[in-house]
Design a protein around this ligand. Sequence first.
Ligand SMILES: [Zn+2]
Length: 256
Amino acid sequence: MTLRVADRWFERRQIDADVTVLWEPHVVPLDRCNIWHIRGRDRDLLIDSGLGVCSLRQAARDLFDHQTIAVATHSHYDHTGCFHEFETRIAHTAESESFVADAARSLRVDSLSPSFRRYLDRVGYALRSEYLITALPHGEFPLDTWQQTGAAPTWLVEEGDVIDLGDKTFEVLHLPGHSPGSIGLWHAGSGTLFSGDAIYDGPLLDELPESDIDVYIATMERLLALPVNTVHAGHEDSFGRSRLAEIARTYISSRR
Ligand SMILES: [Zn+2]
């Protein structure tokens, strides 16, 4: 099977004066994460970095003209592909060892275990294509031999740590359950939560080997109490407080 070459790899939308979201339309929905760029006065923040088949830094050169702190909300390969392109790499201590180990070894769907694929079918992220990408980033792309460049974090954070961009700060919230070191970035001034995979408006994955359902329930209870206005999530569309409450309550009642 041959895939066509994409006209461009990343799509983007500017959310407000400082926030831009980028995504990869030619990555299967399961692995298509939201990549958030936040402009700061003294330095910028990048939250997650895509699959890594195409250089984010080069494709979005105009966004990376400042010092940039890259955060990985967790170590899953669909969020960390271009992490290695940034010198300052933040992640939670609980997953400090996972980054290189979890790097994607193949884009072939049949390289995933049958039990994992059955799980994805069941939750609603069925993989119907042969590869995790549906187009090529460029003509010379080594589709069958490509591997992710894993990169370890350079700055480990924990609950309550603060990332200061000069004119705004983000507090690290430890939101485990999907994975042990899942974090959110909380901007209290605007009530904005960048939530990674802790909560998003789609099928939540809590039966991965590293997931913990009881811990996930506690995270959902915490999120219900947070004075949120907007959630910019790791996948799917952004949402407000009432949708957060629906997703969290549905999760808790289905799992308790
Ligand atoms: Zn994940």
